[in-house]
Design a protein around this ligand. Structure first.
Ligand SMILES: C[S@@+](CC[C@H](N)C(=O)[O-])C[C@H]1O[C@@H](n2cnc3c(N)ncnc32)[C@H](O)[C@@H]1O
Length: 209
């Protein structure tokens, strides 16, 4: 696997994330993954849950890298990756997904793209569908650990080669954005390394987050 795109973090977190998805999603579900990256999550989750019809996606600029891994796989429930820049309203697939999943996207994409992401998610989810968003998030405006504070500072540093649009997002801002699109946070699951999985659902119960 030496030539394949590989993320050590994705290898570490795929087990804990899978456990959350298994708890939050039905055994049979159409799932749209945003920002599939190296494809390690798509591979691991589709292999573990044959009842999940898994649709990976990536920004067009990173699709070829993702396909380096995915095109080698032969999993009947893993669909070919599709190009999806979450900021491009016209690029989203038609509705009908039981779940949308995204890991480590909200702090990488610009805030305007995060806004577009929630609009896109609300547009593709079935009425009771769920959106599982994994990553580091500030809690009520504060970093949840010194490590996340340092990571946020690094992302926002004017010298960040990716630009100045990145940053760890605040959960309250995400909850407000979700609410504007008819989604409520129904679970806030603590994950290793001070990450969290936020689970959103349309017409959800009162937010315990
Ligand atoms: C830190 S990586 C996370 C990859 C993978 N989800 C994981 O957790 O290992 C961030 C990913 O976001 C993707 N990305 C950035 N901006 C995007 C956008 N506007 N639309 C879709 N994907 C985007 C990048 O191409 C990259 O693969």
């Amino acid at each position: 696997v030496g030539e394949l795109p590989f993320s050590p973090a994705a290898e570490r977190n795929r087990g804990p994330i899978l456990a959350v998805l298994q708890a939050q999603l039905p055994a049979r579900a159409r799932v749209l993954e945003l920002a599939s990256g190296t494809g390690q999550h798509a591979e691991h989750f589709a292999a573990a849950e044959p009842g999940w019809d898994w649709q990976p996606s990536e920004h067009p600029a990173a699709l070829a890298t993702l396909n380096l891994r995915l095109l080698r796989l032969d999993l009947p429930n893993l669909r070919p990756a599709r190009a999806l820049d979450v900021a491009d309203r016209g690029a989203w697939p038609p509705p009908g997904f039981d779940a949308v999943y995204a890991a480590n996207l909200a702090h990488i994409a610009a805030w305007s793209a995060v806004e577009a992401m929630f609009a896109g998610v609300a547009g593709v989810l079935q009425p009771a569908g769920r959106f599982c968003l994994y990553g580091p998030f500030h809690r009520d405006g504060q970093p949840t650990s010194p490590g996340n504070a340092a990571f946020d500072a690094q992302l926002r540093d004017p010298g960040n080669p990716a630009g100045t649009h990145q940053g760890v997002r605040d959960d309250r801002a995400l909850f407000a954005l979700a609410a504007a699109h008819g989604l409520a946070c129904i679970a806030d699951v603590a994950m290793p390394a001070n990450n969290r999985t936020l689970v959103f659902q349309g017409h959800g119960d009162a937010c315990p987050c």
